[in-house]
Design a protein. Sequence first.
Lengths: 454, 77
Amino acid sequence: MFDATVTSGAEFKDAALLRPIEETSRNFYYVVAGLSLVVLIAAVMFVRQVWFGLGVTGMNQPVTWGFYIVNFVFFIGISHAGTLISAILRLSKAEWRRPITRMAEVITAIVLAIGGLHPIIDLGRPDRVLNVFTSGRLQSPLLWDVVSISAYFTASTVYLYVPLIPDIAILRDRGTKPEWLYAFLSWGWQGTPHQHKVLERAINILMVMVIPIAISVHTVISYIFSMTLQPGWHSTIFGPYFVVGAIFSGIAALLIVMIVFRRLFHFEAYLKEIHFAYLGNLLLVMSLLWFYFTFSEYLTGFFGHEPFEMKVFWYKFTGPYAPYFWVMVSCNFLIPLSLLTFKKRNIIPKVLTASIAVVIGMWLERLIIVVPTLANTHLPSPVGIYIPSLVEWSLFLGGVAAFALGFAFFSKFFPLISIWEIQEGRERSVADVTERLQQYLPTESGGNVEVLSV
Amino acid sequence: MNGKTIFGLQVASLVLIWVLVILIGIWVVNLLRLSYELPDVPSATFGISIIAVPVFVTIAGILTYVFIGLQKGKEKE
């Protein structure tokens, strides 16, 4: 059992992880003030929208879904960064996960809260969300979304909180202020063997539980589109296509956050190049998978050559949305492929560039899915035009600022890298990995290969 | 803030989580009742309900298990 009781003095090796909590620079206040201003402007714009109605947006007939639904799908997709990746890495006992999981889990909790608000913003009359409780139809994919996102948010928050308990206890024992908050949240943690056993068991159950919930969330979101009979939406592969896209954008967002906070908080000793190389490989794999699904999706539509399907197809490939479409293909496939295939040198700049490209590309993908289908109706009406208004842009930027603000606040109160897992890794990982290797590897004895008995 | 107050708040937060789960249960039952009343595909509604409610109950159960386990695992002072 590792000893995490040494929480202060020279023996405490991970003081660097607590520095952002115990010391606040002037820049922190400037950043918080700037981000708060953007959020405030977004809030004012939202009040304006409630006051004047959805007429202040660029949405109209026939394009009745715009930025809000695009951002909803995008933010919920980013949320897959966290809990899903963290759970998969924990489940597969990837030792390099230790400094990554916490940041991934924080991303999930924050973007889920932001993403989940977007359909309410899209309603125009936010009070009507109460209809979901009084007279919702649980057999509608829209209600499945409400249920699965609520379940994912609850599970992710618990999955963030439970592994945080030992670190909160470290802050409590160091007398970090507000002391009452850390005493309240640490739930009496003392690091006894029984408590470790309970915590590990709970984390194990949660990580198994959270994976199907995460997958269900984006599958259900895809159903909002694919359960309709609209060209460009009615597709059987939309579920896995959305899940792949979500994990893809999630990894990219996680890499950006890791690089930014590594630089800001000087986490170079914890987040090493190898972490970026491994996650970069994962990003490359997801890029190839994304391309495979995109190719499959469009080839099937093109081969069928159904007139309405083709109207949407050409709208994206050569029509008004062609610039967005080809930028999306470049950002999601060409740029990651060219940067991440050969990355022996300058790993971090390459991974950062690829990740930023993927986040932009995945946002464009959501835009390309939502708008062109609505613009090209079955009716003999002119093709719809959608130009987002200042209100929609403000709320989009407000969402991004709220995410950054949430992350900044979290970093002010809790360690962004799991201290106890790092300590556990130092004490146990080498022995654990050696033991596992002895189980995996066959040994040669007398010319014959025989597997070591365990 | 003394230890007893903090412990009381911790118990209260756990109770609050269960209240939330019960409210979710009541909400789902209400929608189920509505779908039977309106003959609006109650079978599908029932199918979703039996997946959704246990998820929330399990999450709350895990939190309760952690809380009780951590209290039991404390060293006696």
